[in-house]
Design a protein around this ligand. Structure first.
Ligand SMILES: [Zn+2]
Length: 295
């Protein structure tokens, strides 16, 4: 017999979902206002960091990000970015929360797993409690070539938090074609990789990998087959968020120009130089063929 124990919550009424209303749009507790009289702005500690400063923070507050995938990395990424004050976050995912997610995915709890809540809705709900001043837009769908232009329109950055190579190559095509920066990352077992892609300035994903792995290779490399360490997911997401903050704050000189590869269990970190081919050999950023966006 399944029994769910729900711990006491500071906002018990929040969990009472009126029939027919998505939970993301129900708020049954008073909003907490920051005490202006203390003159302690929320982002004071970040602004004191000279790499960012007040101008960097101002840019973050005006920034717009498309986050694709709300699983392990996406949940950590969105929480870090919302706490950091990124002005607008569009969350795209078509999955629901299950019990295998709780060990490594931030924000989701046992009630979300028991209800199989849509990840974008549970995430938007949690993020609005962390920072209600920002615009968080949950969209329960899967990224495809026929919706990426709409979803990514007017975005300053795209973050890949998928475990799906078709989506990554699609994002790469769109980003290079439209000159939008994006940050690629992946994690499985204890191993991760992160690379910032600034179209026209750095190598793109197809400079690194000309084609996605085969469907069979992808199936064999999934976290559901090989396993994944929750702490490795959080480390890789934090590195990705760190790159995102540099890009959004306009500090592109600080962006890591290397592919970072981590093996956290054996304590290895590699920074791999990835150059754009000299002869425009990359089908995407060299020859401007967008095979995944315009198949
Ligand atoms: Zn390229």
């Amino acid at each position: 017999m399944f029994r769910l124990k729900i711990p006491a919550t500071p906002f018990p009424a929040f969990r009472e979902k009126p029939a027919g209303l998505p939970r993301a749009f129900v708020r049954q507790y008073p909003l907490m206002r920051e005490p202006e009289s203390l003159n302690l702005p929320r982002y004071q500690r970040q602004e004191l960091f000279t790499g960012l400063g007040r101008e960097g923070q101002r840019r973050l507050l005006n920034a717009r990000v498309l986050l694709v995938g709300l699983g392990g990395r996406g949940s950590w990424l969105s929480e870090i970015l919302v706490r950091a004050g990124v002005g607008m976050l569009r969350l795209v995912d078509d999955d629901t929360v299950d019990w295998t997610n709780i060990a490594r995915q931030a924000m989701y709890d046992e009630l979300d797993a028991a209800e199989h809540s849509p990840k974008v809705i549970s995430a938007a709900e949690c993020l609005s409690r962390i920072n209600h001043n920002l615009d968080v837009e949950p969209i329960q769908t899967r990224l495809r070539e026929n919706n990426i232009a709409t979803l990514a329109e007017q975005m300053d950055l795209v973050l890949d938090a998928t475990n799906d190579w078709a989506s990554r190559f699609l994002i790469n095509d769109y980003a290079v074609k439209m000159n939008v920066p994006w940050v690629f990352a992946g994690v499985v077992r204890d191993e991760g990789q992160v690379m910032s892609i600034l179209p026209g300035r750095t190598a793109c994903l197809r400079c690194l990998y000309e084609q996605p792995p085969s469907a069979e290779q992808q199936r064999g490399a999934r976290a559901s087959v090989l396993g994944v360490l929750g702490s490795a997911v959080a480390v890789v997401a934090a590195l990705q968020a760190n790159e995102a903050i540099k890009i959004l704050a306009g500090r592109t000189e600080a962006v890591n120009p290397y592919l970072t590869k981590l093996d956290l269990w054996s304590n290895q970190l590699q920074q791999v130089a990835v150059a754009r081919p000299d002869d425009d050999a990359c089908p995407c950023c060299g020859q401007r063929r967008f095979d995944f966006l315009e198949p």
